[in-house]
Structures are given as structure tokens and as C-alpha cells.
Design a protein around this ligand. Sequence first.
Ligand SMILES: Nc1ncnc2c1ncn2[C@@H]1O[C@H](COP(=O)(O)OP(=O)(O)OP(=O)(O)O)[C@@H](O)[C@H]1O
Ligand SMILES: [Mg+2]
Length: 261
Amino acid sequence: MDERVDKRETRAIVRYTDVCKSFGDLQVLDHINLAVKPGTVHFLIGASGVGKSVAIKILVGLLGADAGRVELDGVDVTDFDEESFYPIRRRCQMIFQHSTLFDALTVLENVAMPAQKRFRLLRRQAENKARQTLKLVHAENLCDRLPSTLGQGVQKRVAIARALALDPEILLYDEPTTGLDPVAARRTDRLIQEMAHELNLTSLVVSHDLASVQGIGDWVTFLHRGKVHFDGLPAELFASQDETVRGFVHGAGRRWAPKPL
Ligand SMILES: Nc1ncnc2c1ncn2[C@@H]1O[C@H](COP(=O)(O)OP(=O)(O)OP(=O)(O)O)[C@@H](O)[C@H]1O
Ligand SMILES: [Mg+2]
């Protein structure tokens, strides 16, 4: 095993217990159990439509669970109303697949504005905070640029900076490397890992990208047909002889194959 931290023994910061979610006749999540340890990069993988995005939306109250419990740092948030979720959404920042940056604002303004509002800062204070945060994602030289002039990988870094400027404890990434070229994808991976391990930011990453799982995952949960089919270390996933796991990892049409460990 490499130097990645095995934090299995520490408490979970996010815990799902027997979470179920249906839409009409379609049962998407069927008694899902999930425990995310603080400061880890935890991947949630599975085929398209299996319910990965639904699962993370339940954590921040964008969707409600039909049954089961969801806890954040030991607090049961399952029955929270909309208003009670506001502080949860501040603690758990979601980074969406598609850019949600404002095209009319510069990179600096994009990062500074939410922080200014959230912490009631003066504009100059918010811009200082934004500069520091942009430095963390290695984008401090892009302050005056407009998002539309940047590549997708760089826009992703700016979106991560905007989330970081709000001082979250948990980052929820939905497909952070989808649509990026391989160089930008691995750079994004390294950034996710740095944020998790250097800033102790828990990262729950929804992804199809098995190279990311192998490269930076501390833990991986594989959803299949509404259930958790595999929950363990990435190395265990790639070594698994389970037919369904192998089917996903080496699936038809998938060109990627795990590197020898
Ligand atoms: N608000 C909703 N109303 C009705 N059905 C929904 C809703 N949100 C999700 N679904 C359905 O739930 C299932 C799981 O959706 P989800 O978006 O979580 O999949 P996913 O695993 O994230 O897939 P992908 O990898 O393609 O993003 C899909 O069949 C989807 O159509
Ligand atoms: Mg999704």
C-alpha cells in the first residue's frame, strides 16, 4: 500500500444508514450505508443513473431520503427543514460538473463575492481572501481573467477556490474530471488530494474516472443496482475477483485499465 492514509479506524464525518430513495416506481437507493472519514478522498462510483448524484444531493438537503438516516459529524440531518440545511450547505460545498462561474465577473470577483456575502466582509477583505484561496489552487495569476477565456480544467480550479473561500469542512465533487483532457484531469486529481490531505478537507467525489480512483482515492464505494456492492480500498477494488466489480472496472468499451500496483 502507498503512503495514502488508511483512516478506517477514525470516526465518520458523513454517515448514511439504510438510506432509501425512489422516484415513482424507480427505486434508486435501496438501503445504502456509507461512512466517510474526515480528511479522506472518498469516491462514490457506479454506472450512469445508479444514483450517485442523488446520494450526494440528499446530504445537503437538495433531495429528501424516503427512509434511513443521514448524519453529518454526528448530527442527524435527515429530518432537517430547508432552513436548517443552510448551515449544512455552508459546511459542505458542492462543486458541480459544469462551470457555475459568472462569465461577466473576473476570476477574483467570482471567488470574492460569495465570501464577501457569507462573512460580511469589506470588498477589499474579500478580495484578499480570494487571492489567498486562488493561491491554494495555483491560480493566483488569473485574478483579472474572465472565466470564458480559461480552459475547463482551470475553470474547475477556480470553482474549487470559490468553494474553499467559504471555509467548508467537506467538498462534494460531482464528476470533477469529466470533460477534461487527461492532463487537466490528473491536475484536478492532485488538487483534490492536496485539499484533502493538507487542509484536512473531507472530499466525497462522485466519479466515473477510475484513473482518479486509483490515483488519489483513499476509499471507494461502488453502487450497483441501488445497493453498495463494494466498499473498501481502491487497491482492493482493482484486485477484486467479484464479477460485477470486474465488469465495471474492465467493462465493455472501457479503455482504461488499472496500472499494476
Ligand atoms: N429529481 C428527480 N426526479 C425524478 N427522477 C430523478 C430525479 N433525480 C434523479 N432521478 C433519477 O434517479 C436515477 C439516478 O440519478 P443520478 O443523477 O443520481 O444518477 P448518477 O449515478 O449520478 O448518474 P450519472 O453518472 O449519469 O450522473 C436516474 O434514473 C434519474 O433519472
Ligand atoms: Mg450524476
